[in-house]
Design a protein around this ligand. Sequence first.
Ligand SMILES: [Zn+2]
Ligand SMILES: [Zn+2]
Ligand SMILES: [Zn+2]
Ligand SMILES: [Zn+2]
Length: 367
Amino acid sequence: MAESAREERTSSVDLGFVEETESWRLLSRFFRSKVGGKPAWLDLKSVPTASELACGVCGKPTLFLLQVYSPRTEQTTCFHRTVFVFCCRTAACHARNSGACFRVFRSQLPRRNDFYGFEPPDEDTPPAEDEVWQAEKVWNLCCVCGCGGAKACARCHQVRYCSKAHQVLDWKAGHKAACGECSITLLFPEFDLVTEPEEWREEEEETEDAGKDGEEKLREYEEYMRQLRHNQDPAGGPGLKEKDLEAAARQETEEDQQFSVFRRRVRKEPEQVLRYDLGGAPLWVSRQHVPGTEDIPDCPCGAPRQLEFQVMPQLLNYLQVDSLKDSMDWGTLAVYTCVNSCDQGTAYHPEFLWKQDYSETALTGTS
Ligand SMILES: [Zn+2]
Ligand SMILES: [Zn+2]
Ligand SMILES: [Zn+2]
Ligand SMILES: [Zn+2]
């Protein structure tokens, strides 16, 4: 995200990595990128409601997946700027090559705003014990998902919900017995999301000079991919066998070439969960289901959208989806935002996500 030194690099990409941190560091006022937990809303007033967050397949509220803090200092309206990604946790909603169960919002604020100080926050001091999350003071948030909570529990009046769906879930999870507190844990595990410039040059791809260390990383990555595929139990399709994946990983057919490009580019930093490349081109995992410009809808302001970042499949490793028998999966999630980062009234602007899965041949191998 830093503009400096971009000229010296071959890659224009900033890579995102998941890290543990104290949860107070991920509060809104510190302007961090993060994965999981509740959203650290930027604009604290008009946060999205259940209907805005509804899964395009089942209609239930999607859950917070990650947010990327990416200000545009050249634009006064974008002194602070964050892009939020949500997804449905229901396995059946994750259809192949379809982004229908994802939601993306962009929020931005000028340096002088109603919520945060003009000067950067003191990052060394944790907020006082009794200092509640500012957004909860300003806006009643759903105790289950942290989004706009329009309804309160009729018995305790203390806990709020974004929707009937989340109220019912919490009721079943124990609120019935322990009215007055939230009982359910539905969120993805929470992490800090830190970025650093990608170090990569075209020739590295040719010389295969990664050395022992690189080879080891490659093996780790392949092992990861195997596990990822192995653990999943796709409804309506045969499970993926290890040998199929190994075959795919080594096969250099036309169809698999793109997957190899993807693999080679990623192996130097196999833990990357995000590639931030404003205005760049995504690193696709497959040649299939690549969008043309006509597939990326223009922003309602009339301006086109451009790539902002892509979410990598490695993120699935951190979401504990296997243990919950979810078969959430993706090859990559490409997030496109308005080139003008327009400011038209609403605090949270819907943006666009394109989901690409691995090609069938890369997964099952061709004979
Ligand atoms: Zn759904
Ligand atoms: Zn909710
Ligand atoms: Zn209650
Ligand atoms: Zn726009």
